[in-house]
Design a protein around this ligand. Structure first.
Ligand SMILES: *[C@@H]1O[C@H](CO)[C@@H](O)[C@H](O)[C@H]1NC(C)=O
Ligand SMILES: *[C@@H]1O[C@H](CO)[C@@H](O)[C@H](O)[C@H]1NC(C)=O
Ligand SMILES: *[C@@H]1O[C@H](CO)[C@@H](O)[C@H](O)[C@H]1NC(C)=O
Ligand SMILES: *[C@@H]1O[C@H](CO)[C@@H](O)[C@H](O)[C@H]1NC(C)=O
Length: 906
């Protein structure tokens, strides 16, 4: 009826997907919460922006504030002039930009402050040129009252605005250019700019005019004069240069060279142009003097800005704090993914699924796609809300760039989470580490990484090295996008487009793409060797051979070893049986263990622990084997080995002829496991569990529904809608019954049950036994239990397991016969008669042993060979006449006695 082939990858993926969808449907509210987080974050950003705007523009009065304390226009810094109203701009004498003393083309040794400032000039008529140049600045020592009479210059740079010329307030001196300086040619002026009023020293500097034969000579010389990098050696900076061309008595034709590359740090100051008009004025003034004599002058009195109204301080906060903020938003998914993965590992749900035939590939594909789906939805909501609310970050940059970048980054993030999940086994630790990663990355990004990014001298190689850290590459990408959005908003153009996809963006996209693929492969690889405990080189090793005989004969070599240890005859016999099967290589054994051992290596100086020492066992189809043994005897270790959770230290085992060392994946499709602790999803119902595991066992359609119904009925979960209740509403016993039902669905060939009936009420236990008995017909069952009654009812054979090895093996009757060859007599009298009771018992049987005594109650063991039950009754009757007997009883040995005996003697 059922398809005996194992489920295909597609079927498995389908089963997992259906299960996950139901699970997610139950979790709908936490999913909705997750997806709305971006919405709240966007709203938060907008609120911050509004707060900022109101704080800085309205509350503090007239114009922009630099910070809480400095609002309104200030004279020591002209930064605020960009925002404040300036109804009455002040007038400033025009200045020339002259090189700093140490860079000047002609330097006087030892005394760079008196180096002359140099002008180059050329033209068709050298003598005319010389005249004009001489006219430019006079040699007259007298002070003519008006500053416009002097040719003033400064080496300090103009500010962002022309509200005031910063040279007047800077530390650097203002120079007066003259043909010759005399010691008393410096003077001081009073700068009056309410509320400030202070004197400013004006120093004298010598001007030097140098003739060059042609304008191309001038070009060459200026070009050579440029400062290169930080090299201080070859510096020849010139103040300006003039080309008088074909100037003569009738016309003035002049070209002026000025240095437009003056800049402060990396910021180019366009206001440097303010220093140009004075140069033109000098040329025209010189020409006028040449024509009309030195009395005629065109005075260039002052430069004045237009009055302007207050402007608002607009700053796109989102684009500025964007990288930090958006890094957090995207990384917030990381803990969610990581904890989901670690949770399935910690709760051992993954191993449970695996033991019922879910392959690693479907698990990976479905989980990965699921996380990609959730992350994509999350990012989509983020981008849509962000755009709707009007965040420039989203609106101005090309959406396709954002799509590609976000897709790559979420994929990279999921791979990182998969890789990281291999390192954690505890959800709490994983959560803490994940959140440290999220917030740490953001903070390090803004305070360290961004600092390096913006430093032009920081080696690019190091930046790339830092970007190998996934958090920083994400930060870099967001940084680039924000910068584009910010610049675009400022200049009123479009943000990032594919055609101006910057170097930084290309770099991170490549890094992330490559890293994603590498991490995905290594995450899968690490998962395979740690979780599925495959050989580190599993990829290169051959796929396991399908020939059973090959395996069997291989393990024959180990057989000779075990006769060293002295063993009980029944255990030896089992060993020989195993040996026989191995030689015959018959495949009708459901389970065959050959000298299976497990040694836990000692930790922290403890000696190593032998959990299982050489177990040999052969189990036929349709047999139920019961494993008894005290706690810690190694039963669970044995089952863990057989189900592939731990690897045996030595020995071999075959399930349905498949080697547990190499063929575990195929074995999983034919076994069922009921673990000691229920591994169930709280949010799924019993029926959903069974449907899922049934699908994994390749049940389909009506066969599946029928199997699930039967299964629910058989474990008493069908009535009262129990099958459709969520498992978190189940009692402990119901969970246990569900676990058993799961292990039996799909008719597995071998079923392992670790204490299936613990915590069950007697009625449920009875029905459970019926289920197990029925299942026995279809496959072999290995069962551990502490209930002797259960073992006696269910098991065809029993093995008592003590200290890691089998002490005895056989069917319950045999064991009782072998170990329990005695009756147990218990008699209670008053304390004085104890001695008499003892004598009485010795009369019945010489070898009777007293095994228990307490204030009048004594228990004796009477060997069956010497004891006749009739004699016992007679003796008791006689005793009753001699002294009062409170109570007495005679019992045959139970399995429990056998168990206690075996456990004690070994
Ligand atoms: C150059 O200019 C001077 C006037 O300063 C004039 O006398 C002279 O003729 C000019 N020379 C030429 C070659 O035009
Ligand atoms: C300019 O030209 C004159 C002759 O025309 C020549 O002697 C002189 O060396 C030239 N100067 C330069 C700097 O080339
Ligand atoms: C022009 O200004 C820049 C920046 O101050 C300087 O590096 C360069 O040497 C100057 N060039 C000349 C010819 O003075
Ligand atoms: C840039 O300008 C500021 C003031 O405007 C000044 O303090 C600083 O020294 C300047 N830096 C350079 C490299 O010129």
């Amino acid at each position: 009826m059922t398809d005996s082939r194992p489920a295909s990858i597609l079927t498995q993926a389908d089963a997992l997907l259906r299960k996950n969808l139901v699970f997610q449907k139950r979790n709908i509210w936490s999913n909705v919460r997750l997806v709305t987080i971006p919405f709240f974050l966007c709203v938060l950003l907008v609120v911050i922006q509004l707060l900022f705007d109101s704080q800085f523009n309205e509350d503090h009065g007239q114009c922009g504030c630099l910070n809480e304390k400095t609002c309104g226009i200030r004279y020591s810094t002209s930064d605020q002039a960009a925002f404040c109203a300036i109804p009455n701009p002040s007038q400033w004498t025009p200045l020339l930009q002259i090189p700093s003393p140490q860079y000047r083309a002609v330097t006087t040794l030892y005394l760079s402050h008196s180096s002359p400032v140099t002008f180059l000039f050329t033209g068709n008529n050298q003598s005319l040129g010389e005249t004009l140049m001489r006219n430019m600045y006079s040699n007259s020592p007298e002070f003519g009252g008006d500053l416009a009479n002097y040719v003033l210059g400064s080496s300090s740079l103009p500010a962002y605005t022309n509200y005031m010329d910063s040279s007047f307030i800077s530390e650097l001196p203002i120079y007066n250019i003259k043909h010759q300086c005399s010691p008393n040619s410096s003077f001081s002026i009073l700068i009056h700019q309410p509320p400030l009023s202070f004197p400013k020293e004006i120093n004298c500097v010598r001007g030097l005019n140098l003739w060059r034969n042609s304008s191309s000579d001038v070009n060459k010389e200026l070009f050579k004069g440029y400062r290169k990098g930080n090299q201080q050696e070859k510096i020849n900076e010139y103040t300006a240069a003039f080309d008088f061309q074909n100037t003569n008595g009738n016309r003035l034709n002049v070209n002026v060279w000025y240095n437009s590359t003056y800049k402060n740090n990396t910021v180019i100051r366009p206001m440097a142009l303010i220093r140009v008009p004075r140069l033109v004025n000098l040329a025209s003034n010189a020409y006028l003097e040449f024509l009309k004599g030195s009395k005629t002058k065109i005075l260039f009195e002052y430069i004045k800005e237009m009055p302007k109204p207050e402007t608002k301080l607009t700053l796109d906060i989102t684009s500025l704090i964007g990288p930090l903020f958006f890094t957090w938003v995207i990384l917030l998914l990381f803990p969610v993914i990581l904890t989901t993965l670690v949770y399935e590992k910690q709760q051992r749900l993954r191993i449970m699924m695996k033991m019922h035939g879910l392959g690693d590939a479907p698990y990976w594909i479905v989980s990965y796609s699921y996380f990609v789906l959730v992350s994509t939805l999350y990012m989509l909501c983020f981008a849509i809300f962000g755009s709707a609310i009007g965040l420039n970050f989203f609106r101005l940059n090309d959406y396709s760039i954002q799509l590609v970048f976000f897709l790559i980054s979420i994929n990279l993030q999921i791979s990182v989470a998969f890789l990281a999940s291999a390192m954690f086994s505890d959800v709490k630790t994983a959560t803490v580490v994940a959140y440290i990663y999220v917030f740490g990355t953001g903070l390090l990004g803004i305070f360290l990484f961004q600092f390096f990014l913006e430093d032009p001298h920081f080696p690019r190689g190091w930046i790339i090295a830092m970007e190998l850290y996934p958090g920083f590459s994400l930060y870099r990408g967001l940084y680039e996008l924000s910068q584009s959005a910010f610049a675009a908003d400022y200049r009123g153009v479009n943000g990032m487009r594919w055609r101006d996809f910057g170097d930084g963006m290309k770099e991170v996209t490549c890094i992330m793409l490559i890293e994603w693929l590498l991490l995905l492969v290594s995450a899968f690889y690490i998962d395979q060797i740690t979780y599925s405990s495959k050989h580190p080189l599993f990829f290169f090793l051959q796929s396991p051979s399908k020939n059973k005989q090959h395996h069997y004969s291989n393990s024959n070599k180990q057989i000779s070893k075990f006769f060293v240890e002295m063993e009980k005859p029944d255990v030896c016999q089992e060993r020989e049986k195993v040996e026989q099967y191995l030689l015959e290589s018959t495949g009708n054994c459901a389970v065959l263990c050959n000298n299976l051992k497990k040694v836990y290596s000692g930790k922290d100086g403890n000696p190593q622990k032998l959990a299982v020492r050489g177990l040999s066992l052969a189990l036929l189809q349709g047999e139920c084997f019961g494993m008894l043994g005290p706690n810690g005897a190694g039963k669970t270790s044995f089952i863990n080995m057989m189900t592939g959770i731990i690897k045996p230290s030595s020995g071999s085992a075959f399930v349905q002829g498949l080697d547990i060392l190499t063929d575990m994946d195929r074995i999983y499709t034919t076994i069922g496991v009921c673990p000691q602790h229920d591994l169930l999803w709280d949010k799924l119902s019993g029926r959903e569990h069974l449907l899922f595991y049934g699908r994994l066992k390749n049940l389909k359609g009506s066969v599946l529904t029928q199997a699930v119904e039967e299964s629910l009925r058989s474990v008493n979960l069908f009535h009262g809608g129990n099958g459709d209740k969520q498992v978190r509403r189940y009692s402990g016993g119901m969970k246990r019954r569900l676990s058993v039902a799961i292990s039996l669905i799909g008719n597995p060939k071998v079923v392992y049950m670790d204490e299936p009936s613990t915590g069950l009420d007697p009625a449920s236990r009875k029905s459970l036994w019926d289920v197990v008995k029925r299942a026995k017909r279809k496959g072999a069952i290995i069962l551990t239990t502490h209930s002797m009654e259960e073992a006696e009812v269910l098991c065809d054979r029993l093995g008592i397991f003590v200290n890691g090895s089998l002490q005895c093996i056989g069917n319950p009757k045999e064991l009782k016969g072998r170990y329990g060859g005695s009756y147990v007599l218990t008699m209670t009298t008053s304390k004085e008669h104890e001695q008499e009771v003892e004598e009485l018992v010795h009369r019945i049987s010489k070898n009777a042993k007293k095994i228990y005594r307490t204030s009048g109650t004594q228990t004796f063991e009477l060997p069956k060979k010497e004891t006749k039950i009739a004699e016992v009754f007679q003796a008791v009757e006689k005793a009753k006449k001699m002294f009062p007997v409170v109570a007495w009883g005679l019992a045959d040995t139970t399995l429990e006695d056998v168990f206690v005996k075996v456990a004690q003697t070994s």
